[in-house]
Design a binder for this molecule. Structure first.
Ligand code: GCU
Length: 630
C-alpha cells in the first residue's frame, strides 16, 4: 500500500480523525504537539487499512479457491496480539533448542473455518477475546496478469488480517464481508494467512455490550482466495426502475464499479433470455451508470420468483449473477410489491443452525430454516438482528421469500458517538453492496428497541438518509421499543408516537402484551395504532415454551400458554387498522446467555415455535392456520 494508492476510505478516515482530534479536543494543545499527533495519525491510517481494501461483491460467481477447513489457532485472551514479545502474526517457531518463542502454530490444535470457535471446544464456550487463526497454502501458477484477494464472508467482531507477516488491515463488524489484496505478497510455496478475530464486546461497538443472543466469535463464514483481472468489475448494482412499472416496456438501471490501472472504455450488459445486449461508455471517474428498456420482463414475486442470468463485462473482466426484478413501495397503509398490495406473513429468525449450536454458514443450513418458514405458511422473514449469511439471501431469491435485513443497532448504542455513526454507515455500505441485487431483500431496518432521545433520533435520522442515498429500491423500517407496553395503559387503543416513525416507510412495533406484561386475555380489550398513515408491521410478539412441557393455558413455559398467547394476540392484531404484516418472535429456539432458567431455558431463548431439536410446538399450528386463512 503506497501513499498514492491510498484509497478514499483512508483519506476520509484520516480527515475524520483530524476533525475529532483537532476540533473536538477539549483542551487547547500547542500547535506543534497537534502537528506531531496528526502525523502519527496519518502514519497509522496509511498502514492500517481500517475497513477494507476494496469491496468485491458476488464472490460466489467469481474465480476463487476455497480456504475453508481446519486452521491452526493460538488463543490471546488478554488481546495483546503478541506472546513473549513476538507478534503472533509473525508466525515464529522455535528451531534451535535454545530458542524462546512463546506460541506455536505448528504444534497448535485446529478449529474448523467457518464456524464459531465458542461451540467447537468446551473450554471456549464463553471465551471472548482474540483467536489467532492460521491457514498455510501453496499457490501454483501465479499469473502476473491477475490480482489476488483474501475475502472473508464474516468474522465476529473485530478482525486483523495478515498475510506472510504483513498486516493487510483491520475490519470492524461481525456480519458483513470484506476483502484485502495480496497480489504483491502471494508466493508459490508456504504462504501463511493469519487472521486475528477479537470477539470482545464494547459499548462503542455495533451491537454494544448486551444482546439477547449468543456472541458467536471467530471466522463464522467462508474464506476465499479470489483471482481477478488487473482491472476488474469489483461491484455492480442492477434493478428495475420503479418509474417504469406501469409501462409496457420496463426500464432496468444500474451502476458498475471498477478497480485497476486501466479503466476500459466500454461496458456490455447482457440478459440472454430477454435478448438484451447493451453497451455503454465508461467515464474515467467513479462508477458507470446505465439504463435500458426491456420487453416481456417477468417480475420477481413469491408466487413466481423469476431470476434472469445477467452478464456484465468490460475489457477482459466479466461477472454474471442471477437477478430478480421487482419493485417495493408503500401507498398509505399498504405495502405494494410490483404495484400490488401484499400482506407480509412473516416470522423472525436468528442466523443459527440449532442442531450444530453454531452460526449458520451453509446452503443446507439455509434450506433447513427456509423450509420450516414455508411450511408455516410464510412469504416473509425478518432476519434478526444482524446481516445473515449471503447463501440464505440468495436461496430466498430462488424460493420467492421476502426478507427484512438489519444491522444490530440494538438496545443501548452510543448514539452520541460520531465514530459509531461512521461504523453504522460503513457496515450498511457492506450490506447494501452485498445484497443490492437480491430481489428477496425488501426492507432495511435501522434499529431494534432503541429508546427515543435527541442523540438516538439524530443518529438514526442521519443513517436513514444515508441508506436512502445509497439504495432507493428498498423500504426503511425500524422496530420501535417494546417498553412502551400497552398493558395496564389506560387507553384501550395505544398510540405509538416514537419520533423516529417520521423517518420510516414502514412502522414496526415489538409488542409483548401477555408475556412481558399482563396476561394474554388482556389483548381482548386492547389495540394499538400510530398517528401516521403508514403501513404497520408487528415486528415481534410471542412467549416462551419448553417443547414437551404441558399445562393449562396460564402455566408459564407450557406449550399451552404459548398457544393461548398466539390465539389472543392474533385476534388483537386483526383489529389494527393498516396492519400490513407481522413477524412473530421467533421461528426456532436460539442460544442466549440471558436465558438461564435451569431445566427450562438452560441458555436458550424458548420463544421459538420450533425447539432446537426441530420439534414443533402447539403454537406453530395456530400461526400456520392463521396464515393459511389470510
Ligand atoms: C426483544 C428483542 C429480542 C429478544 C426478545 C425476547 O423484543 O428484540 O432480541 O430476543 O425481545 O425478549 O425474547
Amino acid at each position: 500500500m503506497t501513499l498514492f494508492s491510498i484509497n478514499t476510505k483512508i483519506k476520509s478516515e484520516f480527515c475524520k480523525k483530524v476533525y475529532i482530534l483537532h476540533f473536538k479536543s477539549k483542551f487547547k494543545m500547542k500547535r506543534y504537539i497537534k502537528l506531531f499527533i496528526l502525523c502519527l495519525v496519518l502514519s497509522q491510517s496509511i498502514f492500517y487499512v481500517h475497513g477494507q481494501d476494496l469491496f468485491i461483491n458476488n464472490t460466489v460467481n467469481r474465480k476463487y479457491t476455497n480456504l475453508n477447513g481446519k486452521w491452526e489457532y493460538v488463543l490471546d485472551p488478554y488481546k495483546t496480539g503478541g506472546m513473549g514479545g513476538a507478534a503472533v502474526y509473525e508466525n515464529k517457531e522455535a528451531t534451535g533448542k535454545t530458542d524462546r518463542v512463546e506460541y506455536s502454530f505448528d504444534t497448535a490444535e485446529t478449529l474448523y473455518v467457518p464456524g464459531s470457535f465458542n461451540t467447537q471446544k468446551p473450554e471456549l464456550k464463553y471465551f471472548e477475546g482474540i483467536v489467532w487463526y492460521r491457514k498455510t497454502f501453496d499457490k501454483a501458477n501465479i499469473d502476473a496478469n491477475k490480482r489476488y484477494f483474501i475475502n472473508v464472508g464474516a468474522a465476529n467482531y473485530k478482525t486483523k488480517v495478515t498475510f506472510n507477516g504483513k498486516v493487510l488491515g483491520e475490519h470492524e463488524g461481525g456480519f458483513t464481508p470484506f476483502s484485502y489484496e495480496i497480489t504483491d505478497l502471494l508466493k508459490e510455496k508456504d504462504n501463511y494467512l493469519i487472521i486475528g478475530v477479537n470477539s470482545g464486546r464494547r459499548a462503542d461497538y455495533i451491537p454494544s455490550v448486551v444482546t439477547d443472543w449468543f456472541n458467536h466469535g471467530g471466522i463464522t463464514r467462508d474464506v476465499k482466495l479470489l483471482e481477478t483481472e488487473k482491472t476488474f468489475i469489483n461491484n455492480f448494482f442492477i434493478a428495475l426502475d420503479k418509474s417504469s412499472l406501469d409501462k409496457k416496456n420496463k426500464t432496468i438501471k444500474g451502476s458498475v464499479f471498477f478497480d485497476g490501472p486501466q479503466i476500459t472504455q466500454e461496458i456490455s450488459v447482457k440478459i440472454p433470455e430477454l435478448k438484451v445486449e447493451e453497451t455503454f461508455n465508461t467515464n474515467q471517474e467513479g462508477p458507470t451508470t446505465f439504463s435500458f428498456s426491456v420487453k416481456n420482463l417477468k417480475l420477481w414475486e413469491p408466487a413466481n420468483p423469476k431470476l434472469y442470468e445477467v452478464h456484465i463485462s468490460a475489457g477482459s473482466s466479466s461477472v454474471k449473477d442471477a437477478v430478480g426484478f421487482r419493485t417495493i413501495e408503500t401507498r398509505g397503509r399498504e405495502i405494494l410489491l410490483n404495484g400490488k398490495p401484499v400482506f407480509l406473513k412473516g416470522i423472525c429468525l436468528h442466523d443459527e443452525n440449532p442442531f450444530r449450536k453454531d452460526r449458520a454458514n451453509t446452503t443446507e443450513d439455509a434450506e433447513l430454516v427456509l423450509n420450516w418458514a414455508q411450511e408455516l405458511g410464510c412469504n416473509f422473514i425478518r432476519l434478526a438482528h444482524y446481516p445473515h449469511q449471503e447463501k440464505l439471501v440468495r436461496l430466498a431469491d430462488e424460493k420467492g421469500i421476502l426478507l427484512w435485513e438489519e444491522l444490530p443497532l440494538y438496545w443501548g448504542i452510543q448514539w452520541g458517538n460520531l465514530e459509531v455513526l461512521e461504523k453504522a454507515k460503513s457496515q450498511y455500505d457492506e450490506l447494501i453492496n452485498r445484497d443490492y441485487n437480491r430481489a428477496s431483500s425488501i426492507i432495511w431496518s435501522i434499529a431494534n428497541e432503541t429508546a427515543p432521545g435527541k442523540d438516538r433520533n439524530n443518529f438514526l435520522s442521519n443513517l436513514a438518509d444515508y441508506i436512502r442515498s445509497k439504495d432507493s429500491t428498498r423500504l426503511i423500517s425500524a422496530a420501535v421499543k417494546k417498553d412502551q407496553e400497552i398493558d395496564g395503559h389506560p387507553d384501550s387503543v395505544y398510540t405509538y408516537n416514537d419520533p423516529l416513525i417520521e423517518k420510516l416507510d414502514i412502522i414496526s412495533i415489538n409488542e409483548y402484551l401477555g408475556w412481558y406484561g399482563g396476561l394474554p386475555e388482556e389483548s381482548r380489550t386492547k389495540s394499538f395504532t400510530t398517528g401516521m398513515k403508514k403501513p404497520i408491521i408487528v415486528s415481534e410478539f410471542g412467549g416462551g415454551a419448553l417443547q414437551g412441557f404441558h399445562g393449562d393455558k396460564h402455566t408459564r413455559w407450557s406449550e399451552e400458554f404459548q398457544e393461548n398467547l398466539y390465539k389472543e394476540s392474533l385476534a388483537m392484531f386483526d383489529k389494527i387498522e393498516g396492519l400490513a404484516g407481522m413477524t412473530p418472535w421467533i421461528l426456532v429456539d436460539f442460544m442466549s446467555p440471558l436465558r438461564q432458567l435451569r431445566g427450562v431455558q438452560d441458555g436458550w431463548n424458548r420463544k421459538g415455535l420450533i425447539s432446537e431439536k426441530g420439534q414443533k410446538k402447539k403454537a406453530f399450528f395456530i400461526l400456520k392456520e392463521y396464515y393459511d386463512n389470510k
